[in-house]
Design a protein around this ligand. Structure first.
Ligand code: HEM
Ligand code: HEM
Length: 227
């Protein structure tokens, strides 16, 4: 059987995804172990990744664009209906309509986690760089939301993995494209139907630019202390 492949994830989306997985693992460990300097350093790195991903959602490849992957609720309903009828053999070159909402949910959870972290404190000596602008009570509330939101995020991650392995069981391997960027299809994809890709290098240049600002304004002291 001849298999053709189409580029669906650019290098920035792939790098963003897997670096984010490493960062969240690191933030979980350092947050619960109280290793606050490392926690802050990793969080600033993830903040840079997320800010770039949000910009990439407007200027990046078609598959990364919010306006294209966040579809109407009706499209999600139709997607589930076609799945129930087992008619769902059309290949999605990017996030499927249901997956689009999951991704949006992740961006909201991550943004909430990062913002509350900036105002949180550990009741010992560490506090986020914006905690000094609010009262101690407000900072405690932010800290509580920070811990609670993380639990919700863990739930979302479990759901995400269940969905990915469900598709794998249905012989739709979503993991491989997130690694090598390319989706395999049995029929050749029309060039008109293929998503327009933008060179991921542009994303990495935006990342480096935002990273240098985050480094100068937020991360410089922590990085100097750690290394
Ligand atoms: C900390 C854990 C994780 C988080 C927060 C997370 C979050 C995300 C996000 C936000 C996206 C959308 C990417 C984008 O459009 O930029 C995504 C996609 C994806 N993730 Fe994860 N992920 C996690 C772990 C994993 C793991 C461990 C795997 C593999 C087993 C995985 C497999 C995938 C795949 C295959 C996609 C593409 C789905 C599609 O084809 O629509 N993720 N993930
Ligand atoms: C997505 C990014 C982040 C994740 C996943 C994360 C995760 C966590 C986790 C799991 C904890 C432990 C909560 C607990 O005690 O139950 C924690 C604590 C904490 N985080 Fe984050 N965090 C993130 C971003 C940030 C940022 C940006 C800052 C500040 C710059 C920050 C500051 C703190 C502080 C001060 C604590 C201590 C709170 C306490 O002792 O109860 N975090 N974080």
């Amino acid at each position: 059987m001849k298999v053709s492949t189409t580029a669906i994830w650019d290098s920035f989306v792939r790098g963003y995804h897997w670096l984010q997985v490493l960062c969240i693992g690191g933030l979980w460990y350092t947050g619960t172990e109280g290793l606050m300097d490392w926690h802050f350093a990793i969080a600033y790195f993830l903040l840079t990744l997320l800010l770039t991903r949000i910009i990439w959602g407007f200027i990046g490849s078609d598959t990364a664009k919010f306006l294209l992957f966040v579809r109407s609720p009706r499209a999600v309903l139709q997607y589930f209906q076609s799945m129930r009828k087992k008619k769902n053999d059309d290949v999605h070159l990017g996030h499927n309509p249901a997956g689009g909402y999951m991704v949006l949910g992740f961006f909201i959870l991550l943004t909430t986690q990062l913002i509350t972290g900036l105002f949180a404190n550990d009741d010992i000596i560490s506090e986020g760089p914006l905690a000094m602008y609010i009262t101690g009570e407000e900072s405690s509330l932010m800290t509580e939301i920070h811990a609670l939101n993380f639990d919700v995020m863990l739930g979302a991650i479990i759901l995400h993995l269940v969905a990915i392995f469900f598709y794998l069981y249905k012989k739709d391997n979503l993991i491989k494209p997130m690694l090598n960027g390319r989706k395999e299809t049995v029929t050749e994809v029309d060039t008109d139907a293929a998503p327009k890709m933008v060179n991921g290098l542009i994303g990495w240049i935006v990342f480096a630019t935002i990273g240098s600002a985050v480094y100068s304004y937020l991360a410089k002291d922590i990085v100097a202390y750690l290394f």
